[in-house]
Design a protein around this ligand. Structure first.
Ligand code: DGL
Length: 281
């Protein structure tokens, strides 16, 4: 029998921050998650590479045996910026939901009107990001920081036993990038709001909190993307509105990298014991 599921993908484990919010919002839904860890990070690659990977993963998700993918969540800012318009053109009947840095909510929250944006080089250089930023011109000052190396450090950091230096590496990358952005705080001229514009970065938020103190607000996109996904589910499908315990739906996991890395990440961040299948493409 064919079951239905929502497809979700990222360059690696970062999209689990979105999957976590999706499961909380849509507890009865089944999910199929692809971590492209064998090809991560995307953020410092050419657009054409990210587009090719996004197409290949979408194809894989749409040709699952016994599973009909009824909606696709691109749980990656970099892939959304490079590929969402093409994927929508190529799959006009599939609801495709992307993620983008939470600049707009940040302008509503910031008091100092100085907002830090941590994202990948690819996201910040994209036409999509430029349009978003231009649409908010004059509302706040955005301090943009391309965080080379941070997603990669987080990607490797989940398996602490294999790489005991990784937590230090994540902290060092966070310290380097936040230092480059200038002073944080609640006073005039300081950054009081930090947009985590890459789905990997919420997994470094403890390090960022330790560096920046308790007052700076962090914004990620998990919850709004999950709400948007609920709204975009095909009308004919029974939508999940029941107040059910999280975790009732099934989660199927694939990776192009090490299966034990994704398994450890899912266990750590989602408290979920699921097997992971390898993908080779
Ligand atoms: N998690 C991805 C994002 O939201 C990309 C990280 C990377 O692969 O560089 O942008």
């Amino acid at each position: 029998m064919t079951s239905q599921a929502i497809g979700v993908f990222d360059s690696g484990i970062g999209g689990l921050s979105i999957l976590k919010a999706l499961r909380a919002e849509l507890p009865h839904e089944n999910f199929v998650y692809v971590a492209d860890s064998g090809h991560a990070p995307y953020g410092e690659r050419e657009d054409c590479f990210v587009v090719a990977r996004s197409r290949a993963i979408t194809r894989h998700l749409l040709t699952q045996q016994h599973v009909k993918v009824k909606a696709l969540v691109i749980a990656c800012n970099t892939a959304t910026a490079a590929a969402i318009h093409l994927l929508r053109e190529e799959h006009p009947n599939l609801p495709i939901i992307g993620v983008e840095p939470a600049l707009k909510p940040a302008t509503l929250l910031s008091r100092t009107r100085r907002i830090g944006v941590m994202a990948t080089r690819g996201t910040l250089a994209s036409a999509r990001f430029k349009r978003l930023r231009d649409s908010l011109a004059g509302q706040a000052e955005f301090v943009l920081q391309p965080c080379d190396g941070l997603a990669d450090a987080i990607e490797r950091g989940i398996d602490d036993k294999a790489d005991p230096g990784s937590a230090t590496e994540i902290l060092a990358a966070c310290a380097h990038h936040t230092r480059a952005m200038g002073p944080f705080g609640l006073n005039e001229g300081e950054i009081d709001t930090l947009v985590l514009g890459c789905t990997h970065y919420p997994f470094a938020s403890e390090h960022l909190r330790a560096l920046l103190g308790p007052h700076v607000q962090f914004l990620d996109t998990g919850a709004p993307v999950a709400r948007q996904t609920r709204l975009r589910l095909p009308a004919a499908e029974p939508q999940t509105v029941a107040p059910a315990a999280p975790g009732m739906g099934q989660v199927k996991l694939f990776t192009t990298g090490q299966t034990n890395t994704l398994q450890a990440a899912v266990q750590h961040w989602l408290q979920l014991d699921s097997t992971v299948d390898s993908l080779h493409f």
